[in-house]
Design a protein around this ligand. Structure first.
Ligand code: ATP
Length: 283
């Protein structure tokens, strides 16, 4: 085998709480993360020499500025791989949107290289490599429905959610992740997610209870600054979503629907030049 193609799925945060700011600049978080069907397609191929990254989206860096490049580099160094690697990313996940598109590409490269060179690495070994690349990479390796704690690297598998439709809306605005975390004032947060209630709702497959408990504390920064986020949340709920919340540091917002037809109708009604909209589902 000289080439492997892998789906790099996007993630959403069903909840996101920040417990503390750490002296090293990182944050202690507690979040329930979920992969969705929306994905990039990452192909990893053996090559003569060097690492090459190509992407159909011109805003994505092609050299070592690409997180997928760094994933390949670390695997080559750590496992003494004597070959070049060519990576092609068919980018479908909105960029810098709170959906971990880059982290998911990196996770796909780790898995791809493991398979292509028959390294036989187990998931826990890939998770250790992933940690060195980025805080969201370990989750992207695992996928599914997961509780993430620490700086996002302590992962606990939860009962997998299934058959939940998602309408995902990414407004065409730039929101800097660094700015969001820097601006976060832990003292002004009034409502925090009840993670226990969320886990309980997932176990019982109670989508209404899950939706009622979806809270992202980073909205305390983004919502006052970008009115469009609240506008999208309100519209999704008016169109029948059981609940709606921002993903990660934004600006993507999603609505959850237990009824696929309702989600399809909402998607049809949400079309607008000010944002990109996707009809997808948890996976
Ligand atoms: P997170 O939620 O983990 O912060 P995000 O979804 O907000 O991630 P990404 O789409 O992963 O953000 O991209 C963040 C930045 O990383 C972009 O500005 C982009 O230029 C850069 N980048 C590097 N490699 C990639 C990649 N393979 N895919 C997307 N962005 C990449």
């Amino acid at each position: 085998m000289d080439l492997i193609e892998i789906k790099a799925r996007a993630k959403i945060n069903l909840s996101l709480d920040v417990k503390a700011k750490r002296p090293d600049g990182y944050h202690d978080v507690c979040m329930v993360m979920q992969t969705i069907a929306l994905h990039d397609v990452v192909s990893v191929e053996k090559a003569e020499s060097g690492i090459e990254v190509m992407c159909n989206n011109p805003v994505i860096p092609s050299g070592n500025g690409n997180i997928a490049y760094r994933a390949a580099q670390i695997m080559i160094e750590k496992y003494g791989i004597d070959s070049g690697i060519k990576i092609n990313i068919d980018k479908r996940i909105p960029v810098a949107a709170g959906l971990a598109g880059g982290s998911s590409d990196a996770a796909a490269v780790l898995k791809g290289i493991n398979a292509l060179f028959s390294l036989g690495l187990e998931q826990h070994e890939l998770l250790d490599v992933g940690k060195c690349i980025g805080a969201d990479v370990p989750f992207c390796i695992k996928g599914g429905t997961v509780l993430a704690e620490g700086i996002g690297e302590i992962l606990t598998d939860l009962t997998p959610l299934s058959e939940v439709s998602i309408v995902l809306v990414t407004p065409k605005i730039n929101v800097s992740t660094a700015w969001v975390y820097k601006s976060l004032d832990l003292d002004v947060i009034q409502s925090r997610p009840d993670t226990y209630a969320i886990i309980n709702a997932i176990e019982k497959r109670d989508i209404d209870m899950l939706a009622k408990n979806m809270i992202n504390v980073l909205e305390t920064v983004t919502v006052p600054r970008y009115g469009i986020i609240e506008e999208i949340k309100t519209r999704l709920v008016d169109l029948g979503a059981a609940g709606s919340v921002m993903s990660g540091s934004g600006p993507s917002v999603f609505g959850v629907f237990s009824d696929a037809q309702k989600a399809k109708n909402a998607y049809g009604e949400m079309k607008d030049d000010r944002w990109d909209c996707f009809l997808t589902h948890v996976e």
